[in-house]
Design a protein around this ligand. Structure first.
Ligand SMILES: Nc1ncnc2c1ncn2[C@@H]1O[C@H](COP(=O)(O)OP(=O)(O)OP(=O)(O)O)[C@@H](O)[C@H]1O
Ligand SMILES: [Mg+2]
Length: 586
């Protein structure tokens, strides 16, 4: 079939208007031909015989009358073995290879194979001739790093099929036909190790969606204990410029208890992205002892690439995440930053001259953001297995104002909110997640009444601190002052976590629970001091010991010694527990 052709009638930044002859559909891919190059574009509006396309490349040189070829295909990605460890741009071009092919100033109009064609994969068939299969059913497997990659019936094959033949165990590349299916009409459909899927359509080959209940441990205390994230859930990290959004996501990508991590660096500074790229292959995944990169995919659109590609990178990332979920794996998708994506939406909407909503963002921004986060979820697959996609996105509101539209739209749909505070990052209290403003709807690793008790302390402590600013330390009662000191203790030894300390950077749930119990005992203890000076000195000493305790290896000799010292200090000062503490501790 010959595709529809068109002619450029106007160019406006990254958007071109095209008069076409034939049939064109929304989100279809078209190529604008300029000189000897073909620039990838996507149809974003159709009005009569004129369509608007967003061009994923720099539009320099495009002029009126240039030819456009429509492909009839939606913007899609290739799914198959070999995705893990890759660094892609938003259009799934492998960036290292692209740089090799065109030099460091990436040339436009060059599109490479997303998956290495020369790789041979050790295939083991699971289905046999005569088997009845549906989309996403497993035909066989290949090993990919430490995972068993399922070779599935392509997701776009709706209806039921019969396996005509399947290749025996052996090594094949992604272009070889490894099986043939027969549809109900008797037509033969060849299947290879890979297939394509449109990025804007959620992959929904599962039996049912479940409620996210199990915590996805990040090893960041403030998250796991106080503002937990569930497997298959969603969360957002809004924070002003430089408050630690990217660092927090990097820590999470290393330590989160998931199988696969997909990082979508969207509109971030190139330098930061390069840093991640250099660091990752050298880091070890402690579960497998192999390079962390083997279970990671990075989709990277730096701020210097055209804005339209930002949108593509977000959708590409979530589609890859859903693909691995179909293999009964737990996937974490980290998007940094969704504000840059929203800005790209705003820019395009402006070019389309749509009626602007708040702060000139398009009115549909809210539903676009919602439908992106809705692609997260824990699902029961048809074979009974579970798989999950968890999505965490950063938001960078101008001036750190959380009332702005992107933060507000995100807050409506996510299950947890980790708001970073300028005040805390300026004071170098990291992670700068605000302990009072943040929230989570998910269940964490510690009983909720214990967490609520500690959180209540934090609130009271903050109130006392505010009051002290007005009336001074002298005007504060010793009881209130002790509350303030207790709050200050949890903040220093539990909320803050030193990401550069080998031990403290990542704390396993077992240790979090153990240490939290010690802390709860201190919070619940009734202490009497003769004066504030004595109280302050005592708490200062305790805090220092606790910090050393946090820095010592779990259950090491030093850990035990410090614990004994902390316990005896607390015991000799405590006059028993308050009533609430007694109830929740015992
Ligand atoms: N957990 C942490 N521990 C120690 N230092 C940190 C931590 N988080 C952030 N920082 C410090 O803050 C700096 C800025 O952090 P980061 O780049 O993550 O901010 P950001 O919110 O992503 O900024 P931007 O809005 O510019 O993207 C880091 O370079 C580092 O010095
Ligand atoms: Mg950042």
């Amino acid at each position: 079939m010959i595709g529809t052709k068109g002619i450029v009638t106007a160019v406006n930044g990254n958007m071109v208007s095209v008069r076409f002859d034939g049939i064109v559909s929304m989100n279809e891919v078209g190529y604008v031909k300029v000189a000897d190059k073909r620039l990838k574009s996507e149809v974003i509006r159709i009005r009569g015989e004129i369509s608007q396309l967003q061009v994923f490349e720099i539009t320099k040189g495009i002029s009126i009358g240039d030819e456009v070829e429509f492909t009839g295909d939606m913007l899609s990605v290739e799914l198959g073995p070999g995705l893990l460890g890759q660094v892609y741009d938003g259009l799934q071009n492998p960036l290292p290879q692209l740089a090799q092919a065109t030099g460091f100033f990436l040339e436009r109009g060059v599109y490479l194979d997303a998956l290495p064609v020369s790789n041979m994969w050790q295939f083991t068939p699971k289905a046999k001739p005569g088997d009845k299969v549906e989309r996403a059913d497993t035909l066989g497997t290949v090993p990919e790093g430490s995972f068993t990659h399922r070779i599935m019936v392509p997701f776009n094959l709706f209806g039921s099929y019969t396996v005509s033949w399947i290749k025996p165990a052996g090594s094949y590349n992604i272009r070889e036909t490894i099986a043939e299916l027969k549809d109900e009409k008797g037509d033969a459909i060849p299947v290879t190790l890979s297939f394509r899927w449109p990025v804007k359509r959620a992959i929904n080959c599962y039996e049912e969606r479940l409620k996210p209940t199990e915590p996805m441990v990040t090893r960041v205390r403030l998250i796991d204990t106080f503002f937990p994230v569930a497997r298959g859930g969603t969360y957002c990290i809004p924070g002003p410029f430089g408050a630690g959004k990217t660092v927090l996501q990097q820590i999470t990508s290393r330590f989160a208890d998931v199988d696969i991590v997909i990082v979508a660096a969207c509109g971030e500074r190139a330098g930061e992205v390069v840093e991640t790229l250099k660091e990752f292959p050298e880091l070890k995944d402690e579960r497998t002892g192999r390079s962390l990169m083997e279970r990671t995919i990075i989709i990277c659109n730096t701020s210097s690439m055209p804005v339209a590609a930002r949108e593509a990178s977000v959708y590409t990332a979530v589609t890859l995440a859903e693909y691995y979920r179909q293999m009964s794996l737990n996937v974490l998708l980290l998007a940094d930053s969704t504000s840059r994506w929203a800005q790209a939406m705003r820019e395009m909407s402006g070019r389309l001259e749509e009626i602007p909503g708040e702060e000139a963002f398009p009115a549909y921004m809210e539903s676009t953001i919602a439908s992106f986060y809705e692609r997260a979820g824990i699902v029961r697959l048809r074979d009974g297995g579970l798989g999950s996609v968890t999505i965490g996105g950063t938001v960078s509101p101008a001036g750190g104002n959380f009332e702005e539209p992107v933060t507000q739209a995100t807050l409506k749909v996510v299950g947890a909110f980790h708001g970073l505070s300028r005040e805390r990052s300026d004071a170098r209290k990291f992670p700068a997640i605000h302990p009072l403003d943040s929230w989570s709807k998910y269940k964490g690793i510690i009983e909720s009444e214990k967490v609520a008790y500690a959180h209540g302390f934090m609130r009271r402590s903050a109130e006392v601190e505010q009051m002290m600013k007005v009336v001074g330390e002298e005007g504060t009662s010793i009881e209130d002052y002790v509350i303030f000191l207790k709050g200050d203790l949890i903040d220093s030894v539990y909320f803050q976590q030193n990401s550069f300390d080998e031990v403290d950077a990542a704390v396993k749930p077992e240790r979090q629970k153990y240490v939290f119990a010690k802390l709860l005992f201190i919070l619940g203890s009734i202490f009497t001091f003769t004066d504030k000076n004595e109280a302050r000195t005592w708490f200062n000493k305790l805090r220092q010991k606790f910090l050393d305790y946090n820095g010592s290896k779990w259950k090491s000799e030093r850990f035990d010694t410090l614990e004994t010292e902390i316990e005896s200090a607390v015991k000799s000062q405590s006059k028993g527990l308050d009533k609430t503490a007694e109830k929740i501790i015992y």
